[in-house]
Design a protein around this ligand. Structure first.
Ligand SMILES: NC(=O)c1ccc[n+]([C@@H]2O[C@H](COP(=O)([O-])OP(=O)(O)OC[C@H]3O[C@@H](n4cnc5c(N)ncnc54)[C@H](O)[C@@H]3O)[C@@H](O)[C@H]2O)c1
Length: 358
């Protein structure tokens, strides 16, 4: 078991790691000292696969909301159902909320916790690689609108995060690989040594020690950034690397691409734009090679048109009156916030599309 803490002006987050095999009691200890009888929000698949582990927590919970992790359900309607369920359970301002699931359930569950009764204490228990390396930390909560992803949300860092890599034992391979895309993103932003750890890990048969090292390195990079800039007024925007193109691709593919797959392609496309502006010419090739090695898609075929992408970019949250702030990877650990006018974007788009069609 290891403990880490990140403090922002708004809050402190404690991250603990545990093994579900040798430290079952540690997991249950989380539900003491003010965390007894929480309101639980659990991913339905995790509930099904980890029934024995979850049963004691469920038995002592104040209330329970089980949700299917589908992007089409990550919306205000589901959020309102969670609030209704909290209300029906009669929870109070001192009832903590514990969310157990991947990034999707954590995003909406954390949003319910940050808004019901104007905010309840929150613990996140991430169960996907993507959520362990990225989504669980930093306090972004959110739901999608029909028109765009994560368009409504709050900043609400969890007070506690419990990382138990054993949950990955049941994670489908495709979802595991999605997590690798966010790991590549983190390596590009702030720590190339993560790549070495990744290269040493057998992606098809990963061992827990290697995964845990990578998770903690990624959280260190993200933790450092969100500690400085929780509300994304500056440096935190770097964490959106791959996401301007990624979110647009995810929506344009009607979620046939997973979040991680779309972000991986976003890294590639954004590196191509950086090359046009003087970035490292080898970088797109290096990223493509790594996506391939991880078994992630390196192109979109005819799934998405340039026009559709261009329309979706316009709804990106980084859009300002006369253009948009992009995060462009000029090189490893040299990602820059770059303002592109609509004209400059129009010129970049065909280049991105030709790269993604390969
Ligand atoms: N808040 C943030 O900072 C942040 C960062 C990145 C992504 N996100 C959000 O995270 C979401 C993507 O999250 P994700 O990649 O974790 O996927 P997910 O939460 O959509 O889960 C993917 C699939 O894995 C299943 N699953 C989860 N844990 C499992 C387990 N242990 N065993 C078996 N199946 C399991 C789920 O039921 C689902 O079918 C997107 O909505 C994205 O917007 C948020």
């Amino acid at each position: 078991m290891m403990n880490f803490e990140w403090n922002t002006a708004m809050s402190a987050t404690t991250v603990r790691t545990c093994s579900l095999k040798t430290e079952q009691s540690v997991w249950l200890n989380e539900f003491s000292d003010g965390w007894e009888h929480p309101f639980l929000i659990i991913d339905s698949e995790v509930r099904r696969l980890w029934d024995n582990l979850l049963q004691p927590a469920i038995m002592s919970a104040s209330g329970l909301y089980i949700m299917e992790a589908r992007e089409v359900l990550k919306n205000t309607f589901t959020l309102s159902r969670i609030w209704d369920s909290m209300s029906a359970a009669g929870i109070h301002r001192d009832t903590p909320v514990v969310v157990i699931g991947g990034g999707l359930v954590c995003d909406i569950g954390a949003m319910a916790a940050s808004t019901y009764l104007r905010g309840l204490r929150l613990m996140l228990v991430p169960t996907t690689l993507l959520c362990m390396v990225d989504a669980c930390l930093g306090g972004k909560t959110g739901v999608n609108l029909a028109s765009a992803k994560n368009q409504v949300g709050t900043f609400n860092p969890a007070e506690k995060i419990l990382i138990a890599p054993d949950f990955l034992d049941t994670l489908p391979n495709r979802e595991f690989k999605s997590g690798i895309a966010e790991i590549l993103k983190t390596a590009l932003i702030g720590d190339r040594s993560i790549l070495e750890l990744l290269e040493r890990m057998d992606i098809e048969n990963p061992d827990k020690n290697s995964i845990l090292k990578i998770i903690l390195k990624c959280l260190e990079v993200k933790g450092g950034i969100v500690t400085e800039d929780l509300r994304e007024t500056g440096k935190r925007m770097l964490l959106n690397l791959g996401h301007t193109i990624g979110h647009a691709l995810e929506s344009a593919s009607e979620f046939r691409l997973s979040h991680g797959e779309a972000v991986g392609l976003g890294l590639l496309g954004e590196a191509a734009i950086a090359v046009n502006r003087g970035g490292n010419r080898d970088l797109p090739g290096e990223i493509r090679g790594m996506l391939k090695q991880a078994g992630l898609p390196t192109g979109v075929n005819d799934m998405v048109s340039g026009e559709k992408l261009s329309r979706l970019f316009k709804r990106d949250k980084k859009t300002r009156r006369n253009g948009r702030i992009w995060v462009l990877p000029f090189d490893w650990c040299d990602c820059r916030l770059t303002y592109l006018t609509p004209d400059q974007e129009e010129k970049a788009l065909p280049f991105v599309m030709s790269l993604l069609r390969v």
